[in-house]
Design a protein around this ligand. Sequence first.
Ligand code: 13P
Ligand code: SF4
Length: 328
Amino acid sequence: MTSVASAIARTAPLYERVSRFIPPFEWPAHARDIDAIMTLKAERNAVILAHNYQTPEIFHCVADIVGDSLALARMAARADAEVIVLAGVHFMAETAKLLNPDRVVLIPDTRAGCSLADSITPADVRALRLRHPGVPVVTYVNTSAAVKAESDICCTSGNALAVVESLGVPRVIMLPDEYLAQNIARQTKVEIITWAGHCEVHERFTPGDIREMREANPGVVVLAHPECPPEVVAEADFAGSTAAMITYVGDHRPAKVALLTECSMSDNVAVHYPELDFVRPCNLCPHMKRITLGNIRHALETMTHEVTIDPAVAAPARRAVERMLAIP
Ligand code: 13P
Ligand code: SF4
């Protein structure tokens, strides 16, 4: 057997899982990379953490741990492999490094950024503090370590309400996602001061999209990520983090469901629920899509790109993330 043929044979059970989303002509190249990645993971003592927005051939075929930002942070903190490959965006890799500084953390493409992380600088946070003296700063994990270092505590979309309410204060600054902050403000008495950052993927959804979708797909259940504008969340049947959406689908099994979020989410969830009809008004995240099997393989072959954080930034940033993780 040629090496490609044996890679295809070895990965056949994996292809069976994802064959609804990957055409047969694409599989030989994936099979070669998957085969090589499996060997490299063992050689390097590496673990692959993949966000829910990664493509099915990553999410279902090479990842050891998958989840939303909160789950990935918790699992990164506990990982005992020597190397952590973060199949996600840069802030997720930085968070892993903050929480497990003795591990080598690799990001397969350093350009995998985030429009929210790019929307704010440490100087912006310092200026906000001057404008609102004494008001604590709650920072979304979708930020650089340098911005986290200026913050009192971090949050994710999965725990933002609990974090805001844990502080026991009447006002907080919540940055940088204006829509997440507004969506949380609707659920709490705490006054929330916002920043005008937006997710370039979720800001594009409109209430009109939902209305059109409901007309075209009677009975569809619409789940939205809280990075969507509040008027979109108001039209949806449920809003929650990527993990909360997956739990909702598992618990309720809606016959027709739309996930207003990044496109790979529906593919990854649909693998587990082939009987459900996923309506797909999704948007691609160009940053998440920078990660491929090819560059994961290259990362493990060359041990690049290693994530490092200036210790002066890492100590206060770690405090903000660990304070978040201490909230049950
Ligand atoms: P989750 O924490 O819900 O996975 O969201 C991360 C993200 O980047 C959403 O755009
Ligand atoms: Fe950032 Fe939005 Fe992409 Fe998530 S989907 S990584 S928030 S740009």
